[in-house]
Design a protein around this ligand. Structure first.
Ligand code: PBG
Length: 342
């Protein structure tokens, strides 16, 4: 009878095979699945990256990042207030600076009243309970889209580091709680630490973008901060190759020696192995950046009805927890916080 499942002659029974161990027992009901759940995502794990733009009352859509907006400072203050009410512990700001202010050395980072620093002051005053993380890289301020000073086709390391550290001091003075350099120059962590300490900012922490890989997944971000059309060449002389793991460990170790309080892996999902290794090796607070391309892929597939966007979002974030991450920078932060609340 074709409706009766068949068994080939000689097949051992499942009990013989597993010794009556059955892993499905604990999956049989929602209550037991809850009981044995190993990792949990909570609102405490979330850092919300916020894009800034000049002006007032602006909430400008970013084409490559559906659901993400560039916010003028007044709107950012309101939305960060809301994020704080949802329980999100910290934000990370990224400015889209007027093209006329960008130059070869990214000199706007030395303006105490640049977009980033004004936003920090406004947010700090209105929402003192939320942590503010500022990126001290030069790329939002350079006319060529690089994270460093470009001279004769070369990204000059040491002068970039001086500039980044001086900019970091201004960010701290504006009220930043954590400085997060994303530029991958050699020696920047030590330079920033000494500059902060020398200027009375011993309590300002450093979250190092310790292992930042040369990645196609940053594409939509470059649209968001307006560097997409500017970038000359690529960033291969300062970001880590996607092929390298030992090098990533050495990068992280160096940043820790120089004084990083927390380290980050970026992008996130394609680099879970790195997160696990860094966490196990150094036991420092370790963060994942679910970058713009990762976000947009989930949004796009979901918009097309190819995947369940909400489930994919939660699953990807849980994967970071499983890999050992202490928290995640994610554009989904407000949406996730709402979901976790409801
Ligand atoms: C640059 C910077 C990048 C991101 C944050 N800071 C990428 C880049 O190198 O262009 C990427 C964030 C994202 O993709 O979400 N220092």
């Amino acid at each position: 009878n074709k409706f009766i499942p068949q068994k080939a002659a000689g097949t051992r029974s499942v009990d013989e095979i597993t010794g009556s161990r059955r892993l499905r027992r604990m999956r049989k009901a929602a209550w037991s699945r809850r009981l044995v759940q190993e990792n949990h995502l909570t609102v405490d794990d979330l850092i919300w990256p916020v894009f800034l733009v000049e002006g007032a009352n602006i909430r400008e859509p970013i084409a490559a990042m559906p659901g993400v907006f560039r916010l003028s400072i007044d709107v950012a203050v309101r939305e960060v207030e809301h994020a704080a009410k949802l329980g999100i512990p910290a934000i990370a700001t990224f400015p889209n600076v007027d093209l006329s202010l960008r130059d070869v050395t990214g000199s706007q980072i030395l303006n105490p009243d640049n977009l980033t620093n004004r936003a920090t002051r406004a947010i700090k005053q209105a929402v003192p309970e939320i942590g503010i993380i500022t990126d001290s890289a030069l790329d939002p301020f350079t006319s060529h889209g690089h994270d460093g000073i470009l001279r004769d086709g070369i990204i000059v390391n040491d002068e970039t580091v001086d500039q980044v550290a001086a900019g970091a001091v201004l960010q701290a003075a504006a009220g930043a709680d954590i400085i997060a350099p994303s530029d991958m120059m050699d020696g920047r962590i030590g330079a920033i630490r000494s500059a902060l300490d020398a200027n009375g900012f011993q309590d300002v922490a450093i979250m190092s973008y310790a292992t930042k890989f040369d990645s196609a997944f940053y594409g939509p971000y470059r649209d968001a901060i307006g560097t997409a059309g500017l970038l000359q060449g690529d960033k291969k002389t300062y970001y880590i190759s996607a092929a390298n793991c030992a090098e990533a460990l050495r990068e992280a170790e160096q940043d820790i020696v120089e004084g990083a309080d927390m380290i980050m892996v970026k992008p996130g999902l394609p680099y879970l192995d790195i997160i696990r290794q860094l966490k196990d090796t150094f036991a420092l607070p370790t963060f994942a950046y679910q970058v713009s391309g990762e976000y947009s892929m989930i949004r796009a597939a979901s918009a097309n009805g190819w995947i369940d966007g909400e489930r994919a979002m939660m699953e990807s974030l849980l994967a970071f927890k499983r890999s050992g991450a202490d928290g995640i920078l994610t554009y989904f932060a407000p949406a996730v916080a709402e979901m976790l609340k409801g």
